[in-house]
Design a protein around this ligand. Structure first.
Ligand code: SAM
Length: 285
């Protein structure tokens, strides 16, 4: 029998294909089309609405960069809000910091949590059972607009701006995130692949930039997010947090005693250096 292929058509005129070497689960949840399959190169792969969300082989790059960069930059994160992130990888990385006392995770789709716990158990690695965690099944925008809780860090671990995740790139969402941050807090978000989705960077700068004293992006190449380096949005009213000196990051990293596979203090610092074509894109915005 011929091996079927999953074809992701996220970008105009360009697609990426992954062989479905074993189909593990396929269904329509209350919110989106969900598929989990095994691919010879990436291991188990989660897709939602035809778009790759995470893979066993390269998830560490994405999760380490979106969790550890803001936590080590801030230096004393105690309370964290994660929006989305139903696969549990972000929760796992955030909880590795012993200084983190509470994490609230707001995921719209319970089925993603349940199916990832079953088929991608190494992503959450038990994180959903940690007593520091409170899971809310709700829309992220509604939560940040209504909650009375305050956080040192908000991480938007969202889908691309299609389907239920579209609102997580809107001004009302960013305004809500700003209102539930403690003074000096940090907001970070997955923001697409800059080479393929330049409009996502421009839109985010236009919507998020006016709300904070400092807004920029940092990057990391995540192979299954095809087409170049992934951009992560960064925003804070503390302008110093984006340029914490290397020796300070190195001290914090050593104190945390966390073994990473991608993150290092030097990678952290370098990730904020943007190539000229992205700086030109954002120039004057
Ligand atoms: N790492 C992934 C990426 O970059 O594509 C995203 C991972 S995670 C699977 C994204 C999660 O966001 C999904 O589980 C989805 O259900 C959730 N999500 C989408 N829209 C949401 C919303 N409005 N509120 C809360 N969670 C949402």
């Amino acid at each position: 029998m011929k091996t079927p292929w999953f074809v992701e058509k996220l970008h105009a005129g360009y697609s990426q294909s992954l062989s479905i070497d074993e189909l593990l689960f396929e269904s329509k949840t209350a919110h989106q089309e969900l598929m989990i399959f095994r691919n010879a190169t990436f291991g188990r792969v989660l897709t939602l609405d035809g778009i790759v969300q995470t893979t066993e082989r390269d998830e560490f790059i994405y999760h380490e960069m979106l969790a550890h960069v803001p936590i080590f930059a801030h230096g004393s994160v105690r309370r964290v809000l994660i929006i989305g992130g139903g696969d549990g990888g972000m929760l796992r990385e955030v909880l590795r910091h012993s200084g983190v006392e509470q994490v609230v995770q707001v995921e719209i789709d319970q089925a993603v949590i349940d199916l990832c716990t079953t088929y991608l158990p190494n992503h959450s690695a038990g994180a959903f059972d940690d007593p520091r965690v409170q899971i809310e099944i709700a829309d992220g925008v509604e939560f940040v607009q209504a909650t009375g809780e305050r956080f040192d860090l908000v991480i938007s671990d969202c889908t691309d701006p299609v389907g239920p995740g579209e609102v997580l790139f809107s001004s009302p969402f960013y305004q809500g995130c700003k209102r539930c941050l403690n003074p000096g807090g940090v907001f970070v978000a997955q923001n697409g692949v800059g080479f393929m989705q330049p409009d996502e960077l421009v839109d985010t700068r236009g919507r998020l930039g006016p709300l904070f004293a400092d807004q920029s992006f940092y990057t990391a190449a995540v192979p299954s997010y095809a087409g170049g380096s992934m951009a992560f949005a960064w925003a804070s009213d503390d302008v110093r947090l984006r340029t914490v000196p290397l020796d300070q990051l190195t001290r914090r990293f050593a104190q945390a005693a966390i073994k990473t596979r991608y993150y290092t203090p030097a990678v952290h610092q370098a990730s904020f250096a943007l190539p000229a074509y992205l700086l030109d894109l954002l120039d004057g915005l």
